[in-house]
Design a protein around this ligand. Sequence first.
Ligand code: NDP
Length: 329
Amino acid sequence: MGRIYYDKDADLKSVSEQTIAIIGYGNQGRAQALNMRDSGVKRIIVGSVKDRSYKQAEQDGFEVMPIESAAKAADIVFMLIPDEVAPPIYKEQIEPNLEAGNTVNFSSGYNIFFKHIIPRHDLDIVLVAPRMIGDGVRELYKSGEGFPSFVCVEQDASGKAKEKALGLAKAIGSTKQGAIEATFADETILDLMTEQGIWPIIYNVFTCAYELYKQKGHPVEASLMELYMSKEPAVMMERAADMGFFKQLPLHSRTSQYGQLTGYNKVNLEPIKSFLTQQYERIKSGDFAKEWAEEQEQGCANLEKLKNESFTCEMSKEEEELHEKLSKQ
Ligand code: NDP
């Protein structure tokens, strides 16, 4: 088991007197900046292009400036622009303005793991990656619950990178629930595997079940409600997180428990294992990152086509009609 760091393991003083530049004031940038200000970090500045986020940061009371200027003024830089646009911005606008011993903090391992960003050796490179969407990062900070994150040091030029990483994890509010030690590789591979291994299987299970129920003549409304629209599976996943993946089973009837566990043991696992392994190797080898970079160079035409196909499939259309019916009650 890896190490988990809590509030008692981290010292806010390691970062509270430093100038922290938030580069990219979007989902994560806004939430992390507001949390750190509430935690007592004295100087937080925002580096942004003149867009919607620039105005939002100003409205929230932050000093906002061009990315180069923010990098120049900072002791610690938060890379919170989307991963796909970050490498040239880092290379041209951020790194040339950093001094030896400055820290660059990532919320995602992607660009370091795939070497799209190769940082200078005189910088501290750390990861504090929330396992939570931006809204949740802010809401769970305000409610006092906190949220988990992955934390690690990739490069320690100052000799104080770990103290700073833990101070940052505390300042954004994640050492309350626990900052789990995990490398840039762990963060990247596990995150991409959820997206490319787990969810494709789940999407297919649900669409296959929908098609079967339809073929057998069950009402579409009842099928969709049973499958996921009641939100019962979402509640079940919450219980799984709180009580245990299998240990939430006693919340279901005995008929359900028996059916779930006997069914669990009947599934042919070989194709599932083989698909997961194939996706894992594709991610780890960099083949996916290469393909995704090429897709972006071509204007994401395939992504748009795939999205359009899924948004207009029969299940999506019937789901839309059901939403409409339900809103007219
Ligand atoms: P967003 O999509 O919210 O974008 C962040 C900011 O980057 C916005 O202010 C956006 O401005 C700006 N931006 C977009 N394109 C450019 C560009 N070409 N040049 C300059 N600025 C640009 O990102 P997230 O907050 O979702 O993600 C930030 C980081 O956090 C990523 O590394 C991501 O992997 C990581 N992360 C995200 C999580 C999430 O749930 N969202 C969870 C955990 C980690 P505008 O929109 O105004 O154009």
